[in-house]
Design a protein around this ligand. Sequence first.
Ligand code: UDP
Length: 324
Amino acid sequence: MKTSLVTGGSGFIGSHLVESLLERGDRVVVVDDLSTGKAANLDAVRDHPQLEWVEGTIEDELLVNRLVDQADEVYHLAAAVGVALIAKQPIQTIERNVYPTQLILNRLGQRVKAGADVLCFLASTSEVYGKNPKPFWSEEDDLVFGSTTKARWSYGVSKAIDEFLALAFYREHRLKVVVGRFFNVVGPRQTGAYGMVLPRFVEAALAGKALTVHDDGHQERCFAHVNDVTGAVIDLVANDDCMGRVFNIGSDQPISILNLAKRVQARVNPSSAIEFQSYADAYDADFEDIRRRVPDLSRIHQAIGYRPTYDLDAIIDAVAAAYR
Ligand code: UDP
């Protein structure tokens, strides 16, 4: 039986991935420090005989070594979460994103040297493109970050370091690793507590409160259902040709945040209002947003035939149903 280690497996995306890996028949080991994850996210599989759940931090080298040594595949999803939290806690963001990744890759590299056949998925983010002005972002594009005086960029920069490390381990140590850049993943179990827009809109609408749109609401994003994303992760890891490469994962159908608010309002609660808030009030005076973020999905489509299957209305309905 294959053993898969999922770091951050009690988080929003991690918990969905854990369920899919169990369904596939894997033995799954989850490690999570419950900093932003929730034990309840794994309620549906809590008593599964092939699930082992470890509460702990992957800043602990001994723990990392013990867990990585048992694994045939490592899905490294544990990371700092949410622009709002990241802007407030840049030290923690950088520490959480860089040091554990290095520990995991080091141990995997040692195992490869010793002859082990192990695979690794590194979860990265569309934040690595920074504020690249191109209308569609493809994997070979430049990373365009703002100044170091703006804490937001510490997230993208620290995940970019993770990517550099992973690709270096592939080249220098022949570690089979694939990098996935997630673009605005949404779905059941995502919390609005760390600032994410869709759960916040749905929660507000269900409570009959106003949906708060930042700035003029013309900033654009593409929202992907978590099931599409975890399916892509599993397919990438299963494909030897994907090793040592970077892939965008998400949806490529943009919508403005104001139109998203209108869609949620129409589908969830037409009597809820929409109000506007400045970035300075929502985050801080220095906050810099990304105006448009749309992935080019041609690489992942060519590699594994990936196409998102959930449209936005289905996603909104799924999120609202989960809250209800
Ligand atoms: N946003 C908003 N209202 C909210 C939360 C977020 O208008 O209650 C905006 C936010 O300023 C950004 C977009 O929605 O322009 C997406 O924010 P999110 O934090 O979900 O993800 P990001 O794309 O910034 O990583």
